[in-house]
Design a protein around this ligand. Structure first.
Ligand code: NI
Ligand code: MN
Length: 230
């Protein structure tokens, strides 16, 4: 499949079978969004948690493309209230097949809420996803999270071969914690995300690469807007 980083934690996965999966869409106001990128019609949108840097463009893109949105139950209710009728909700530990992929919602250690005018709406619990693609490989998208010991359960049950991990620090783990996450997950390839968007998100792919060198782990620093074939 082709993986395109669209800045911050937004990714487009394009399967050879044709399905296009958008994760945590944030384009409007995203300083790390690639210039001049034109988003193709997407089939599926995965939402890890409620926070503007992950949900800002869910509603417009879901409506534009009629895409199936996968989210937790609370975000499903909120999206319904915004007129999105194509949500397929789930919760942690559960799996569902969406198009050609099987998605499992996993734990994340973070928070989750939507800002709606002057109200803060409860966004359920934050999550990550295991995505099983048609060739059987599984990848783990951690969402926003601290490192947590039960990443070893994710490794034991799902055996992901690639992890998307936040490394920016401050709101999520930084490189030091991400190096332990990598070890717990048993992955040999990591795509870093949620870094460099704003000056306080100081973690860098180079810092993570240095820490995981000894584990034989490769940090794939993607260039925003440029597809990477996995
Ligand atoms: Ni967040
Ligand atoms: Mn975030």
């Amino acid at each position: 499949m082709d993986i395109t980083w669209l800045g911050h934690s937004t990714f487009l996965l394009e399967l050879p079978e044709g399905q296009k999966i958008l994760i945590d869409p944030w384009f409007e106001g995203n300083p790390s969004s690639p210039k001049g990128f034109s988003l193709p019609k997407v089939d599926t949108i995965l939402v890890s948690h409620g926070h503007g840097d992950h949900t800002t463009d869910v509603v417009p893109i879901a409506k534009r493309d009629g895409a199936t949105v996968v989210s937790n139950f609370e975000i499903y209710l909120w999206l319904q209230s915004k007129g999105v009728t194509t949500v397929s909700p789930m919760n942690k530990g559960g799996s569902q097949t969406v198009g050609q992929v099987k998605v499992t919602m996993t734990h994340a250690m973070h928070s989750s809420s939507m800002q709606d005018g002057d109200q803060i709406v409860y966004g359920g619990e934050p999550a990550g996803y295991i995505i099983q693609i048609p060739d059987g490989r599984r990848v783990y998208f951690a969402g926003d999270t601290a490192v947590f010991g039960d990443m070893s359960l994710i490794a034991r049950i799902y055996k992901p071969v690639l992890a998307f991990l936040p490394i920016g620090d401050l709101y999520t783990m930084g490189p030091e914690e991400a190096s332990i996450a990598t070890e717990l997950l048993g992955v040999k390839q990591v795509i870093p995300m949620h870094y460099g968007t704003f000056p306080p998100l100081t973690g860098t792919p180079a810092a993570l690469q240095e820490l995981v060198q000894g584990q034989g782990v490769e940090v794939l620093e993607l260039e925003a807007g440029k597809p990477f074939t996995f």
